[in-house]
Ligand binder design. Structure first.
Ligand SMILES: N[C@@H](CCC(=O)N[C@@H](CS)C(=O)NCC(=O)O)C(=O)O
Length: 204
């Protein structure tokens, strides 16, 4: 199992975290985004949008971080711990995969792209979106340990990387004690692997 990734990419970390938490042996292959390796024709054959992460499971190629999470859960989680089978449980997890591809990507992930990669987004807009999201997350996390119930699921894996790194994008997590306690619970899961830190923004 190979994971093509960049060490500062939260989408890549999300996939790495899933592999590690599910105990799936894997090899990490760094893709040099700075040199444009993700747009090279050979890589675009694996990843049509020219993005990391990409999973290569013995020739079976899966691109898109959330698709990788679902693939791994379906293949390596016989107890359906990470992705429940019952319709309501699965829908509840899907909500957070959508949030990861929506509000997280356009909020805290975008805010961090400004400080880490020099992206030309409007900082006020994306930081504002991040706080709107965090206010929503704070509510369910007052009543339960993880985003969907009291056991970790793909929802938590999808949410963790960019929320934990939000301060790097000048998004202050101090007003959100329930979110911070949730991050600590994810970090305490067996097999947790940290997302590489960058000393920028509020994390400088
Ligand atoms: N929807 C994709 C987004 C992946 C993504 O945005 N990857 C970034 C790195 S964090 C990337 O490869 N950016 C380069 C580009 O878009 O050209 C996923 O969830 O995997």
């Amino acid at each position: 199992m190979k994971l093509y990734r960049h060490p500062l990419s939260g989408h890549s970390h999300r996939a790495q975290l899933a592999l590690s938490l599910m105990g799936v042996p894997h090899e990490l292959i760094d893709v040099d985004l700075m040199k444009g390796a993700h747009k090279a024709p050979e890589f675009v054959k694996l990843s049509p949008f020219g993005q990391v992460p990409v999973l290569d499971d013995n020739g079976s190629i899966v691109f898109d971080s959330n698709a990788i999470l679902v693939y791994l859960a379906n293949k390596f989680d016989p107890d359906h711990r990470w992705l429940p089978r019952d319709p309501k449980g699965q829908a509840d997890v899907q909500v957070w995969l959508s949030v990861a591809a929506g509000q997280i990507a356009f909020g805290p992930a975008a805010a961090r792209l400004i400080t880490v990669f020099g992206a030309k987004y409007n900082a006020e807009d994306v930081i504002g979106r991040a706080h709107a999201l965090l206010k929503v997350m704070e509510v369910p996390l007052a009543a339960r340990s993880f985003l969907v119930g009291n056991a970790a699921t793909l929802a938590d894996i999808a949410g963790y990387s960019y929320i934990s790194a939000a301060p790097e994008g000048n998004v202050d997590l101090s007003p959100y004690p329930n979110v911070r306690a949730w991050l600590a619970r994810v970090e305490a899961l067996p097999g947790f692997v940290p997302f590489r830190k960058t000393a920028v923004g509020l994390a400088a």
